[in-house]
Design a protein around this ligand. Structure first.
Ligand SMILES: C[S@@+](CC[C@H](N)C(=O)[O-])C[C@H]1O[C@@H](n2cnc3c(N)ncnc32)[C@H](O)[C@@H]1O
Length: 281
């Protein structure tokens, strides 16, 4: 590990947030796995490729990338020790041997210069204090002509998730934080374009993508999971017990329209972003 500059993020992802993700990787993968093939296809991973997964978390995308790069390998980097422990355990269980995981801050981590053919991420690149520096560092890890492909959050307004969150809004404090930070820091495609261009990438493209997200077995299960999810739990604690109980109750009718015999399904949206490090392919 070569230093951590995103200290608040490191605290969160090594504290409650990361512990919850690490203990419930199956739940978070049920929410996000619909985006896997979209990212992996866009990354154009070849069987000999060396793949970097940025903010790999519990490592599902890293393991799938490693399967595509069957003569090459995949390497996941993440701030979160508990999630990396889950990632390693799952790789062992699934007998994926061409994968390694390391703790590090992708913004400053000492990656091998031009050591990767491809960099991917599933919602792991939205939390950098200095995104231009971070993507500059990731770009330096790619060989000239190397490809970047990731999904990041869009604004949830007007989406299924927006409707569910909207039901809790009257009872929870308005989220605050420096502009341009947090999970929706890359919701504006113009910002994505600016950041990646300033970081030295070219051919930046942002495409709207959608995937089904399974949030729980039924409404009660989904409401419990969403209430325990780090950012929601944080805002419930800020609101106090009475308001938190009302926010929790508001989830039930909000989730009901999405309940099916196979679970609570929301249609998730994201930006699929691709870019290239300049140089001969
Ligand atoms: C929303 S989670 C996504 C995890 C995983 N990619 C997935 O799809 O399940 C965001 C991840 O980014 C990681 N992360 C945030 N900032 C990071 C940084 N500066 N360097 C490395 N990882 C970071 C977190 O620890 C967390 O695992």
């Amino acid at each position: 590990m070569s230093g951590i500059v995103n200290t608040a993020q490191a605290e969160a992802w090594n504290g409650y947030e990361g512990e919850h993700w690490a203990a419930h990787d199956d739940r978070y993968d049920a929410v996000n796995s619909g985006f896997n093939e979209l990212v992996l296809d866009a990354a154009e991973i070849g069987e000999r490729h060396r793949v970097l997964d940025v903010g790999c978390g519990n490592g599902q995308l890293t393991r799938l990338a490693a399967r595509r790069a069957r003569i090459g390998w995949a390497y996941g980097v993440d701030l979160s020790a508990p999630m990396l422990a889950t990632a390693r355990a799952r790789a062992d269980e699934e007998n994926v041997s061409n994968v390694t995981f390391e703790r590090g801050d992708a913004q400053v981590h000492a990656f091998p210069e031009a050591g990767f053919d491809v960099a991917v991420s599933r919602f792991g690149i939205m939390f950098f204090a200095d995104p231009v520096a971070a993507f500059g560092n990731i770009g330096g890890a790619l060989r000239p002509g190397g490809r970047l492909a990731f999904v990041c959050m869009k604004d949830v307004e007007g989406t299924d998730l927006g409707a569910v969150f909207g039901a809790m809004v009257p009872y929870l404090p308005t989220p605050t934080g420096p502009a341009g930070t947090g999970p929706t820091s890359f919701a504006d495609p113009a910002r994505i374009q600016d950041v990646l261009t300033a970081a030295g990438f070219q051919d930046v493209a942002c495409t709207h993508v959608e995937a089904d997200q399974i949030w729980g077995r039924d409404v009660a299960d989904a409401a419990e999971f969403i209430s325990a999810w780090g950012p929601i739990r944080f805002h419930m604690e800020q609101a106090g017990p009475d308001a938190a109980a009302k926010a929790r109750d508001a989830l039930t009718p909000a989730l009901r329209p999405f309940e099916t015999p196979d679970g609570v399904w929301l249609r998730g949206t994201a930006w699929l972003v691709t870019a290239v490090r300049p140089g001969p392919a």
